[in-house]
Design a protein around this ligand. Sequence first.
Ligand code: DC
Length: 229
Amino acid sequence: MTSLKKIIITVDGWSSCGKSTMARQLAKRLQYIFIDSGSMYRAITLFFIRNEVNVQDPAQVAKALQQIKLSFHLNAHNGNNEIYLNGENAEPYIREMKVAEKVSEVAAIREVREFAVKQQQLIGNDKGIVMDGRDIGTAVFPQAELKIFMTADNDVRVMRRYKELAAKDSSIQMEDVKSNLALRDHMDSNREVSPLRKAEDAVVLDNSHMTPDEQLNLALQWAKEKINA
Ligand code: DC
């Protein structure tokens, strides 16, 4: 029996354009591992907030990183790989607004990126992986066989993130979500270390006017072309 070739698929793009949802479904259909790299930056940020780490102080950042152990564990109920911070499931906390407000600042720190990228590359060693983020196709897996760059209209993205947050917290204001997204887009694409940008060999998926099924089918078609190449 010939086994199918395994590839690396990267999904980069702006905040809240549905990268994780699409990447998770794609991984499921291909029976690949799905890793949400943003959850790593969010878990590191959660640790920094809880321990009042001054991000301007390199010594404090270095010491904090030595105290952080990140791992992913499969949740048998929902089939998702969930992030653990020093043995604690961090998923319930990392999507909160206070983390969202700080994460781009933390993710811009060179040492933080080196710490996260090293682990991301280890996880991808055996291929058969879909990883989403901002620099996965450019810095983490520049050799990936399929690179998808996702985008969507700004208003569509704001509404999606608002609905996601409002489902958990009815005090969330649309204006706050809008300004947080604009700020994160700006910081993520203007930082010095591996800023968000489309890899030259990435294919663009603009899902502003697509249903989830339509975008999944398109991505699956691209993946199968690469797997069968
Ligand atoms: O995908 P997300 O919104 O959960 O990501 C949270 C933040 O982490 C985002 O504002 C930028 C940062 N990030 C990054 O710099 N590089 C990645 N590969 C993934 C996320």
